[in-house]
Design a protein around this ligand. Structure first.
Ligand SMILES: Nc1ncnc2c1ncn2[C@@H]1O[C@H](COP(=O)(O)OP(=O)(O)OP(=O)(O)O)[C@@H](O)[C@H]1O
Ligand SMILES: [Mg+2]
Length: 229
């Protein structure tokens, strides 16, 4: 994922279906190409399949049918080492956050960088900058189970952004936020976009994609429809 050529595909989804047991058709024969450096919004009613699509792009779920290529590789045939390498290039802000509840805000974000053996000075600088961007500096030493949902959501996003990933998957990143925090989140995402990250953002929040000029993909009944903001 190091090639930053702007118009080459990073993700190629070809005729993918996802069926959960016993027979829940979450995605039905969808095809979608996402180019490097794109910022793309994924919309659709609750249960439409947005999270399922994001989960397949970070290898938490696999297609029942069809092909997903990331960086030119068939994701269902990756070796363990390649899977680990690819996963390291992806930041994920999960819909259910997946924070370590008893660890502090600082520890949750820093850990994402520590597992990559980043320099401790660089880690501290990056975490402080993210907390400042997201107005969380005063919560730095607070365990995440003592935060509001909106604060937890921002910590989750900060952790996803910490390593300046090649691909950022954000699942409802503004779902619990007021207008002021939403603006801060979108500013951070725009900064990553400018730096070359490819972003896929699942959202119900029309305000964050209206008039941005970015592609919008709507999922309804497991099928995709594309439009421009
Ligand atoms: N692990 C699972 N096992 C069985 N069914 C599942 C599972 N995960 C999701 N589903 C079903 O698949 C469909 C798509 O779910 P998904 O979570 O992708 O929707 P979504 O668009 O993210 O919804 P929301 O806006 O509520 O987050 C739903 O019908 C859901 O109930
Ligand atoms: Mg979802």
């Amino acid at each position: 994922m190091n090639d930053t050529h702007p118009s080459s595909p990073l993700i190629d989804i070809v005729k993918v279906s996802k069926v959960y047991p016993p027979n829940i058709m979450a995605l039905d024969n969808i095809s979608l190409t996402i180019n490097r450096g794109e910022m793309l919004f994924l919309t659709g009613a609750s249960g439409a399949g947005k999270s399922t699509l994001l989960k397949m792009l970070c290898f938490l779920e696999y297609p029942t049918k069809g092909l997903i290529e990331q960086d030119g590789k068939d994701v269902s045939r990756l070796s363990a080492i390649n899977l680990q390498f690819m996963r390291q290039q992806i930041g994920v802000a999960y819909q259910d956050f997946k924070l370590l509840p008893k660890h502090t805000v600082y520890q949750n974000i820093a850990l994402a960088m520590e597992v990559r053996y980043e320099n401790p000075v660089k880690i501290k600088k990056r975490v402080m900058a993210l907390l400042n961007d997201l107005a969380l500096s005063d919560k730095i030493h607070t365990p995440t189970n003592k935060l509001s949902r909106g604060e937890q959501q921002r910590v989750c996003l900060a952790r996803a952004c910490a390593n300046k990933p090649a691909l950022l998957l954000a699942d409802e990143p503004t779902g619990n936020l007021d207008a002021d925090s939403t603006a801060k989140v979108m500013k951070l995402l725009a900064k990553l976009h400018e730096a070359g990250t490819t972003l896929l953002i699942a959202t119900h929040d029309e305000k964050i994609y209206q008039n941005t000029g970015h592609r919008i993909i709507n999922i309804a009944n497991g099928k995709l429809q594309e439009s421009q903001s």
